[in-house]
Design a protein around this ligand. Structure first.
Ligand SMILES: Cc1cc2nc3c(=O)[nH]c(=O)nc-3n(C[C@H](O)[C@H](O)[C@H](O)COP(=O)(O)O)c2cc1C
Length: 448
């Protein structure tokens, strides 16, 4: 029988039977939960952040529901753990004893004082946990007290606090980055400067969920008041993937070889694989577990294993980061790559969304025509693409509600295969397709 792929990972020395970890959040708030998660198949858990004392408020969550789908996005104003530190530490030790081969990581956050950080590191290490995650990302509540994103948004603070921790920690230290910055690479480099062992991202994104049109109050509503909170869930996945790839492809991060734990909107095994292809060694999940429970991991494990088998990957390191070299800048895209839209009229339901989109919001190259298809008598008009005018923007195909009804087909329109960078380097004034060939010859621009 063929050997099953090996899903286990080694994350800067932290071993885990698979790459699926609970993110530091409500699902990892207690020993009972983390233990149940491990029994259900999770490979690791980053414990709900412990540290400075807090009091939580009521009504902590607001959601973005969209046309029948619940929790496309989840906003929260929850703080770090409000359970006593001693209880959390005792339970961490218990879980680690019961599950020695799973990854138990303590997320920590205290006030910006060297003694406070070093004390909590030492106390927590006594539990036997596998590593730390420094929460420099919480965008609400803690940041107002100089913690969380208040630290993660200033690279110098990120570096300073990480150094304090590195001085005393004997277990691997992961620095969790906030997305609420202009350039996430800067705090990532600051953490590397302090010699952290790994990075994780993203924490939640600053957001206001909405306003109640009857009461004028914000959502979520804490006794008539509301404010900004952290946004997570499926809606943030594209942002998380971008930030992950920005960090993962940064030359300094690549040279350091520190592993990255990807977080943000992961709900399915396919989501997880995308994160791994863009450089995540482990993948953390919060909102999807809050929505569907721990057992979603069963499908993640099976899906990943089947996919790896199908692709011939024996272990996770065979494909982690495999898509990073595919990330290019606009300037390196092939300007000569041309497509046109083709409509499969056997699948078309004549909703006309493609026609409306093209006509009102794109390039007016879909006509409505009478068509005789097979023997069918259909008096309604059909959308037909005028290919010579189609610019290949693909709006019609993205609005079409039927799978595989409109495809973008590559055509040879005679454009030279040249990139923007190549073009503008030699003749910045050349911006018309019909003049291109002539200019290309004159300037002797390389054609692929
Ligand atoms: C209700 C809630 C509480 C959270 N609490 C913490 C926390 O205590 N520490 C932390 O580092 N991140 C916390 N997070 C952020 C998550 O760990 C994670 O970074 C974020 O939710 C994105 O992942 P997701 O899209 O899978 O939810 C929290 C998120 C939510 C939604």
């Amino acid at each position: 029988m063929k050997k099953k792929p090996d899903l286990s990972i080694d994350f800067c020395g932290i071993k885990s039977p698979n790459p699926f970890w609970l993110a530091s959040a409500p699902p990892s708030n207690s020993g009972y939960q983390v233990q149940k998660a491990f029994e259900d198949g999770w490979g690791g858990a980053v414990w709900k952040t412990i540290g400075a004392p807090v009091l939580n408020v009521c009504n902590r969550y607001g959601t973005m529901d969209y046309k029948g789908s619940k929790i496309i996005g989840l906003n929260n104003v929850e703080l770090i753990s409000d359970r006593p530190i001693e209880v959390n530490l005792r339970e961490m030790a218990e879980v680690k004893r019961n599950f020695p081969n799973h990854a138990v990581i303590a997320s920590i956050m205290v006030e910006s004082k060297k003694e406070a950080w070093q004390e909590i590191v030492k106390r927590t290490e006594e539990t036997g946990i596998d590593g730390f995650e420094l929460n420099f990302g919480c965008p609400h509540g803690m940041s107002e007290r100089g913690m969380g994103s208040a630290m993660g948004q200033v690279p110098e603070y990120t570096c300073m606090v990480t150094e304090w921790v590195m001085e005393v920690a004997t277990k691997p230290v992961i620095v969790k980055l906030t997305p609420n910055v202009t350039d996430i690479v800067q705090p990532a480099r600051a953490a590397l400067k302090a010699k952290c062992d790994a990075l994780s991202l993203i924490n939640t994104i600053n957001s206001i969920m909405g306003v109640d049109l009857d009461t004028f109050e914000l959502r979520p509503n804490v006794g008539g008041k509301g404010g900004h909170g952290g946004y997570a869930g499926p809606a943030v996945k594209p942002i998380a993937l971008h930030l992950l790839s920005a960090v993962g492809s940064d030359p300094e991060v690549m040279a350091s070889k520190v592993p990255i734990s990807g977080i943000g909107g992961v709900e399915t095994w396919q989501d997880a694989v995308e994160f791994m292809l863009l450089g995540s060694t482990s993948v953390q999940v919060c909102t999807a577990v809050m929505h569907w429970g721990f057992r979603i991991v069963e499908d993640m494990v099976d899906g990943l294993s089947n996919w790896m088998e199908e692709k011939g990957f024996e272990k996770c390191t065979d494909f982690i980061g495999k898509s990073l070299p595919r990330i290019s800048n606009f300037g390196d895209f092939d300007l000569g790559f041309q497509t046109v839209a083709r409509i499969n009229h056997d699948k078309c339901v004549q909703c006309n969304l493609c026609f409306i989109a093209c006509n009102d919001a794109a390039h007016q190259c879909i006509d409505l025509k009478e068509l005789k298809l097979k023997d069918e008598v259909n008096e309604r008009l059909w959308p037909v693409v005028r290919e010579k005018d189609c610019v290949g923007c693909d709006l019609c195909s993205v609005v079409c509600p039927v799978d595989d009804c409109i495809s973008m087909v590559e055509v040879d329109g005679g454009r030279p295969h040249i990139t923007w960078n190549e073009l503008t380097k030699s003749r910045p004034e050349v911006l018309e397709w019909d003049k291109m060939e002539q200019y290309r010859k004159e300037a002797n621009i390389h054609i692929h």
